[in-house]
Design a protein around this ligand. Sequence first.
Ligand code: ZN
Length: 281
Amino acid sequence: MQVYVSVDMEGIAGVVHVDQTRRTGHDYERARRWMTLEANAAVLGAFDAGARAVLVNDSHGDMRNLLIEELDPRAEILSGSLKPRSMVEGVAAQFQVALFVGYHAGAGSRAGVLDHTYYGKVVQRCRLGHDGVPLREVNEALLNAIVCGMYDVPVGMVTGDSTTCAQTRELLGDIVTVQVKEAITRYAARSASPEHARAKIREGARHAVQRAAARELRPYRPAPPHVLEIDFVNSACADAAELVPGTRRVSGTATRYDAPDGEVLLKVIQAWTILAGSTVV
Ligand code: ZN
């Protein structure tokens, strides 16, 4: 049993503001330690359930947040950017389950702590449809699950705030969700203590890995094409995104793309948002 872990930061217990999630923020050094220890809780839960290898992918910001010396030495860490598969770089058929730790609600959610989708500065809304499934609002857990599904890896657990957990259950169905805080507004939450959150995550990871071992989880494999539509914050962002070949402009601020698979989907999201970000003045 090999386990893949992707770790973001906005959905970590105690985190409610960018002052904690940006490298230059005052509380960043504390929050990155909370993030590391929640990642480690998932690692410990995986090993509790009999995993023999765990890969941890640092999935937040510049992807150099995790304190490697504080992770269980049995785990390997994947860090740094740019990564073509971004938050799920390194996922492969050798893994039996993926665990998403510290995840957050999709852009435009009501009461989601630090809600955004991939690049909050430019993405106002992100919708996705599939062959036979109309466009609907999605979050990063759903987008990343599609890439995992390409390798037959099911997502077994998502941790984060109450809104993230509810969205993920609605989008991905029957998986373990671990709520570490109740979102009150975008910048406020009622949080479990870091220690209690870690205990819940360790237990959730153990349960998710056991379910994967019992083959109770199914990979998420919606039928392509995956129709991606992003509303940007202004038309300059959409002008820039439209430079990516195959992109269609659907309104002043929105672009659309029919992606044949999850990896192309993530590449287009990154190309669009990097280009759109270059227009921000
Ligand atoms: Zn993040």
